[in-house]
Design a protein around this ligand. Structure first.
Ligand SMILES: Cc1ncc(COP(=O)(O)O)c(C=O)c1O
Length: 448
């Protein structure tokens, strides 16, 4: 399922010049090739899976290279720039923090960290009254998993198991990798040997509902400390069936199992609610978030009830750069922008229009579309071979590259789908111009 490394041979383009898009060179731009090659020389292969362009600046929902090209961004980087790239208020807040000469503090008290934590607690359900800051989503998830194990250990020795959903994504540190990813070994490690078990994708072809799935995997609730699941899975962008999640919550409460919802990607307004779990009418024990929380600098958080967050003793749960003042200032201002500009409501309203436009595209190419769905500005289109049903990995990536040459930016997934996750600030006419471009690329590649 690995992404292939994009070829650096320039492909000719038709000149594009609209209010939002400008393409004036072949892609990759001949002037960018030396830069990309030098980067590839020093960076590992794992970093080479994205379209071959050099970012020079990113502002609002536009990304520019140094060669005169400009794209409408449907990627938000990697679902980060919820408040838009380099929002002027965010830039000012970061600058104020820099000018104030406080770039680092570790766990020494700072006002800006306290303000952000209070804000985070205020956007979570009542009762989730403490929060801690980290630098990456995977770290936040690692913390949530550890807290859930500590909770389990208070109940019984051996109650340290973690349940999660197959093919989800929680990050690249070990517990996060054990919780996410497809069935099979993780770096040669069997999940069960470290107390991790997975369930099939809720609502997916292998799921028969929470109770049956659980019974099918012979999972003993006495061994389970916690469950982690994405608010809405990042790869399907389609919510789980609400009754599945509600049943899971009841089961967890019955067996003293905690539930952590990973909102790193689906949170902070992305799906038309502040957190995606709100669509299910549930209240988790722990929330992890990151990405859109700062829309910029490294910042992640775990929010939960005091009784759970205080399970770690002083000094036992912290991180050198967690809550550093510059990231905290970015997060605080980002949440203020999201509120001031009503971006959660905007994501819901624009998302409803986007759903309709995507449904039309999907209908036009129905034999090739395996799945499409989403809420808010969190959508994807999954392509399949009409006869075998297998994901059309190369074709999906070809559509992304074709769009790139027409001034619309998405990321390559290598998994037979592409995602439409623009900044929540995107202008409606820019969004639908970009959707028309995708339509043109699909016509060209799949046939009109
Ligand atoms: C749902 C989810 N959880 C966790 C992570 C990991 O976040 P980070 O890359 O900041 O460690 C990601 C990143 O893509 C994510 O989408």
């Amino acid at each position: 399922m690995a992404l292939h490394v994009s070829d650096l041979t320039p492909v000719p383009t038709q000149p594009v010049e609209t209010r939002y898009r400008r393409i004036v060179t072949p892609i990759p731009a001949p002037g960018s090739i030396a830069e990309i090659e030098r980067l590839r020389k020093v960076e590992p292969l794992s970093m080479a899976g994205l379209p071959p362009i050099v970012w020079d600046s990113a502002e609002g929902f536009l990304v520019r290279d140094p060669h005169g090209n400009q794209w409408i961004d449907l990627s938000s980087g990697i679902v980060v720039a919820n408040a838009g790239h380099a929002h002027p208020d965010l830039v000012s807040a970061i600058r104020r923090q820099l000018d104030g000469k406080l770039l680092f503090s570790y766990a020494f008290s700072t006002k800006v960290r306290r303000e952000l934590l209070e804000r985070l607690v205020s956007i979570a359900p009542a009762g989730l009254n403490k929060a801690i800051l980290f630098s990456s989503g995977t770290e936040a998830n690692e913390c949530a998993l550890s807290l859930m194990r500590k909770h389990g250990l208070r109940i019984a020795p051996g109650k340290i198991g973690i349940l999660s959903i197959e093919s989800s994504y929680h990050g690249r540190t070990l517990s996060a990798k054990l919780a996410g990813g497809p069935p099979g070994l993780v770096d040669g490690i069997a999940r069960e040997s470290l107390g991790h078990w997975q369930l099939p994708l809720p609502g997916g072809p292998d799921s028969r509902g929470f109770g049956e799935d659980l019974a099918g995997r012979s999972i003993d609730p006495a061994m389970i400390a916690g469950i982690i699941l994405e608010g809405i899975p990042g790869w399907t962008t389609t919510p789980y069936p609400a009754e599945y999640v509600q049943r899971l919550m009841r089961w967890a409460a019955q067996h003293q199992v905690l539930v952590a919802i990973d909102e790193v990607q689906s949170g902070i307004g992305r799906t038309g609610r502040m957190f995606a779990f709100e669509h299910y009418g549930i209240e988790p024990d722990l929330i992890t978030c990151g990405k859109g929380l700062s829309s910029s600098l490294p910042l992640a958080a775990v929010i939960g009830r005091q009784a759970i967050l205080d399970l770690a003793a002083p000094g036992e749960m912290s991180s050198t750069f967690g809550g550093n003042p510059v990231s905290a200032a970015a997060g605080l201002e980002c949440l203020a922008v999201i509120e001031r500009e009503r971006l959660v409501e905007r994501s819901a309203a624009l998302g409803a229009e986007l759903s309709r436009a995507i449904a039309e595209l999907a209908a036009r190419h129905a034999p090739y579309v395996g799945m499409h769905g989403g809420l808010g500005l969190f959508h994807s289109i999954h392509l399949k071979d009409p006869s075998s049903g297998e994901p059309l990995r190369e074709i999906a990536d070809k559509i992304v590259m074709n769009c790139l040459r027409r001034g619309v930016l998405m990321f390559l997934t290598g998994r037979g789908f592409f995602k439409i996750v623009p900044p929540l600030t995107i202008a409606p006419d820019a969004l639908f111009e970009a959707i028309d471009v995708i339509g043109g690329a699909m016509n060209e590649i799949l046939g009109a």
